[in-house]
Write a protein of this length. Structure first.
Length: 247
């Protein structure tokens, strides 16, 4: 669908996303991308993945601008969940368990969704594991009786202490063994992991795409903003630099 755009990267393979919802899939969102996209008057915008650290992150103001222009903006899984948790009072639509956890204050740190990944040419392969996925997988393991709750909680703490660039099940289990967690419990979890691992980010992304598909199919009306978009010197400067934004 040429008038619906979704920013996607390592969370979900583009081919799988396209099977869930026929949209235009763009690379992870960065600062200025939403503002420039507004000039194309899209029917809707979805944000799953986004750049940060070395590349400036998508600006809250440009999402507010899209909403002010009557363009619905959806978010889930990663950068989308973070921005939706911050902007849902203004009308951005958050979808999924990760969004809900940030919205409700059960999660606060951006590193919960951060991963290191390979290049676009290879499909943004994940080279680390998101903390939100580890949390969900450990909770499932405890619920299934694979791990005692105390061991699951200790492994969760170990994973959280790792840099997002180094976070993964293998490293978490090695550190767990080094700190004296029972070897038989770690072995049981390791054996269960291939079938039991849960990808919360992927699950939320697919949920958002299905939500957007229904939204488009039902012919929902344009978003009607219920807030005042405040023009600032910084916004006017960004608008002038892009040359594509009506300030």
């Amino acid at each position: 669908m040429s008038d619906v755009f979704v920013f996607l990267g390592p969370t979900l393979p583009a081919a799988e996303a396209a099977r869930a919802f026929d949209a235009v899939y763009l690379p992870p969102v960065a600062q200025g991308d939403i503002a420039r996209l507004c000039a194309r008057k899209p029917k809707a915008i979805g944000i799953i993945d986004g750049f940060f650290e070395d590349v400036p992150s998508v600006w809250h103001k440009e999402i507010l601008f899209a909403l002010k222009e009557g363009i619905p903006v959806f978010g889930a899984s990663s950068m989308g969940a973070l921005r939706a948790a911050e902007l849902h009072p203004f009308g951005m639509v958050g979808v999924g368990a990760i969004f809900e956890a940030f919205r409700d204050g059960r999660l606060e740190d951006d590193d919960e969704v951060a991963v290191i990944h390979g290049p676009a040419e290879l499909g943004y392969p994940c080279l680390s594991e998101a903390m939100v996925n580890i949390r969900r997988t450990l909770a499932d393991a405890a619920a299934a009786g694979v791990l005692p709750a105390a061991t699951a909680e200790r492994l969760q703490s170990i994973a959280k202490e790792l840099s997002y660039r180094e976070r993964g099940y293998g490293r978490m289990l090695r550190h767990g063994g080094e700190t004296g967690l029972p070897a038989e419990e770690l072995a049981a979890f390791r054996a269960w992991l291939p079938e039991g691992r849960f990808d919360q980010k992927r699950d939320d992304a697919l949920l958002m795409l299905r939500r957007m598909r229904r939204f488009v199919a039902e012919g929902a009306p344009a978003f009607e903003p219920r807030f005042h978009f405040e023009r600032t010197t910084l916004w006017d400067r960004a608008a002038a630099m892009s040359g594509t934004i009506r300030a």
